[in-house]
Design a binder for this molecule. Structure first.
Ligand SMILES: NC(=O)c1ccc[n+]([C@@H]2O[C@H](COP(=O)([O-])OP(=O)(O)OC[C@H]3O[C@@H](n4cnc5c(N)ncnc54)[C@H](OP(=O)(O)O)[C@@H]3O)[C@@H](O)[C@H]2O)c1
Length: 410
């Protein structure tokens, strides 16, 4: 028998992919959780668009799980719950990346916990590792593959030679991409997750608006074919790193050499690498999304909240943002097949201080394809070279560029 005192009442907002899986998982695990915590968790109410009352659920709950998604009404519900003294668990990356400071401030002032392991990289426990396990390390860089949809699409394009559109259709057929995949493929979803990771890694306010991001819609099968010839793999990489005294947070497609720890992460998987002088490097990987997987991360947070105390992010020093960073690039050009083209391109690159590492040239009748990898250079200098190259009369289509991460590990 369980007495009323030993029941821990969990109010659930949202009963979709993750909320539905959570509602099944909680009763399945309740007995084990009672052994662990001395409290038996029980669903006290469920809110969707068509059922439940938020006020009633709040009044009857010790903790609120928010799995509605988006900004409103999720933000108002989370704030109301914390202001009423309830712990909150959420998987809502958009809310945290846009209103995190407001939410953490209320959590601190009210002395309640705001937990969000499911918001980044699904079940991969990266939030807990940054907040707890690595709290004593000075982190220099966090980078990773934090969007499973785009990683699946790029893996399919590399594996089968499919176009972006065909690989996206396959991702939708297999349930790895939503009916509206725009936030995944344009990089915004990954940018929101990198804002959250950067906030935790560097103890500085970071919001989605401060993250520069690019997506994968413009990637062509050609790019992947040339990458193979150059021995590179293509990933959508999120990076948050200290540069000088500042911080750069960005998301963009990038080529990786085979020895890179993120190069072998394929399909819908996520992986995050944390680097610090004191720990060298840790890479965590696993399923990045999915109802049952994310529900498991959410339940882990609920259990942690049942065992106090836990920390909310401390007040921190504000780091400035570094806009211009150094990167190597792959450069793809469709050009006229005539003498002097390579020299014309090389001249423009030299004017901007961009030096060429490797070149592949292929004749295609009247046209030729020129693919280069250039050595690391300030992105602004490379962008200036791209503008000049695009204006060369020998160019048949606008040049395409993708960053190359040059480091090798291990
Ligand atoms: N899906 C994943 O794999 C995954 C992975 C990691 C994180 N997340 C995050 O988890 C959260 C939930 O995602 P999901 O995929 O489970 O979403 P979902 O399947 O779209 O479910 C959303 C739920 O919220 C309810 N809802 C929507 N608007 C509402 C409103 N105004 N008032 C009350 N209820 C409302 C919906 O009600 P109805 O049932 O009435 O439509 C539905 O039950 C999001 O923050 C998402 O980013 C999802």
């Amino acid at each position: 028998m369980t007495s009323a005192d030993s029941v821990f009442r969990v109010g659930l907002l949202g009963h979709g992919t993750v909320g539905g899986a959570f509602a099944e998982l909680l009763p399945e695990q309740a007995g084990r959780i009672e052994v662990l915590t001395g409290l038996r968790p029980s669903l006290s109410g469920v809110l969707t668009r068509s059922r439940g009352s938020f006020d009633e659920i709040l009044a009857g709950s010790d903790l609120i799980v928010e799995l509605i998604g988006g900004i409103e009404p999720a933000r108002s519900y989370v704030l109301a719950a914390m202001n009423a003294g309830r712990h909150v668990v959420t998987a809502n990356k958009q809310l945290l990346s846009q209103h995190g400071e407001e939410l953490w401030d209320v959590a601190r002032r009210r002395g309640v916990q705001l937990r969000f392991e499911g918001a980044v990289a699904g079940v991969v426990p990266v939030i807990r590792v940054l907040q707890e396990s690595l709290a004593g390390a000075r982190i220099d860089r966090v980078h990773g593959i934090v969007n499973g949809t785009t990683n699946f699409i790029l893996s399919e394009m590399a594996r089968t030679g499919a176009t972006f559109a065909d690989a996206l259709s396959e991702a939708q057929r297999l349930g790895y991409a939503e009916a509206d995949p725009s936030e995944d493929v344009d990089g915004r979803d990954a940018a929101a997750k990198m804002a959250i990771l950067a906030r935790l890694a560097f103890d500085t306010p970071v919001s989605l608006q401060q993250v520069r991001y690019e997506g994968i819609e413009q990637i062509k099968p050609d790019d992947l074919e040339y990458a193979r010839e150059l021995g590179l793999g293509l990933k959508l990489i999120g990076t948050a790193e200290r540069i000088g005294g500042g911080l750069s947070v960005r998301v963009h497609p990038a080529f990786l050499y085979p020895g890179h720890p993120l190069a072998s992460v394929n399909g819908p998987f996520n992986a995050v690498t944390v680097e610090s002088a004191s720990i060298t490097e840790i890479t965590m990987s696993g399923p990045g999304a999915g109802g049952p997987q994310t529900a498991s991360a959410v339940l882990g947070d609920v259990i942690s909240a049942m065992i106090p105390p836990a920390s909310t992010p401390p007040t921190m020093n504000a780091l400035s943002f570094v806009e211009d960073v150094v990167s190597a690039f792959y450069l793809h050009m469709e050009v006229a097949d005539q003498p002097g083209v390579l020299a014309a391109v090389a001249r423009v690159l030299a004017q901007e201080g961009v030096s060429v590492k490797s070149v592949v040239q292929k004749g295609l009748g009247e046209q030729a394809r020129l693919v280069m990898v250039v050595h690391p250079v300030l992105e602004s200098r490379f962008a200036a070279a791209m503008v000049k190259i695009a204006a060369l009369p020998v160019l048949r289509t606008p040049p395409r560029a993708i960053r190359v991460i040059e480091e090798e590990f291990g």
